[in-house]
Design a protein around this ligand. Sequence first.
Ligand code: ADP
Length: 463
Amino acid sequence: MSLLQVINPATGEHIENITETNVADVPLMYEKSRNAFQSWSQLAVEERLQYLKKLKEVMVQEMDAIAKTIVKDTGKVPTEALVADIMPSIDAVGHIIKHAKAMLKPHKAKTPLLLIGKKSYVEYMARGVVLVISPWNYPLQLAFVPMISALASGNSVILKPSEVTPLVGKCIEQLFQKAGFPEAVVQVAHGGKELGAAFTAGNPDYIFFTGSVKTGKIIQEVAAKQLIPTTLELGGKDPFIVFADANLKRAAKGAVWAAFTNSGQVCMSAERMFVERTVYDEFLQLVKKETEILVQGTDENADIGSMTFPGQVAIVKQQVQEALEKGAQLESGIHPEKWDKQSMFIKPIILTNVHMDMEIVREETFGPVMPIIPFDTEEEAIILANQSEYGLNASVWTQDSHRARRVARQLISGAVTINEAIVSVANHYLPFGGAKHSGIGRYHGEQGLRMFCHEKAIVMDRG
Ligand code: ADP
């Protein structure tokens, strides 16, 4: 029997062990899921939503305990767990409870002259077994939101949460058990990539994956061979463009938040700052000031917690080192050579004199690093921002609304925020997802629910 060790990354404390799911159990779990789907999909939407209502109640009651679990498993600060992981999850269930019925309602289609006298409509049919594979940075939300959408639309779900945060995986399993979902409508499998690969190869009806581009490509390849539709939510290297006419103080606060919240372990982190040369020095001083007042730690008063995963600390270290070796200037933070090897905390880093040939500008960093690059013209800013294989979110700061919209249209990304830092996933009416290597498909919004269904066209004659 293999065990997943739960270690609090901020303190190094060993919390407990979670028993891994056996790869040999995968076929049986699919069989159970397919059986559960038969009855779950036959329920009326309202009946399924009753279970989600109960789930929401359980989550609200247990909010503090869930936050403690997330903090222990990830090293993030309690506020981050509550505001950025738990609240958006509860909010998403609320949104589904309120709107799923209308969004899944069959809708009439117009009848062309050729088919006069016949009725045409579209029905949203659940797909079957949805496999959700989730990551460790927002371990509740990124598993939970696709799960509840898949369930509301009548699918059964198998979740394979990240092995890096197994305690939250267990917590999700228990939340669904406490909400009293029928047997095997939701199953959670605990383990690493071998288990994930076994589930991917196990012929689910849909795969919803959130994680790295590397894994996303592997999953897409396996899925393609079986013609399984997928949604892939992958990485980002989001640009943050500051024009000279922006409210610089606000932009600096936004930049610090967008680059350093959750220690930069956010797919939509601002990872490349492009600042108009005439205000470059002023902006740099402002972000340095804002960064220096950030408090790192584990308690309620801290702004930033620790990194979650040792492998990620190594990636950040390597990228920063490479940049410094190639001539980058360390404006804030500690030189990687002086980092405490036992600690999972990285003091936020600001780098200048960075170039497009450095990894820190090209590769996803997923850590608290802010590289700042000057630009001279609007065209140059757009070219630099689009010079990336990623395209998740982008941020534009200017008081000229025409320019803001013009630039927003030309940026290749799933979302653009104007005078705002990270796109608000709290707005469940908006579709969320990436362009280029940041992913395929959208979730949240109407699309996010309907993609777990196939649209069935029905044409009916009076007979
Ligand atoms: P991250 O950097 O977020 O850990 P990964 O892509 O490695 O990104 O992992 C995201 C999720 O994908 C985790 O739940 C992990 O166990 C799972 N995973 C990793 N490799 C595979 C694979 N080959 N097939 C299926 N799932 C995988």
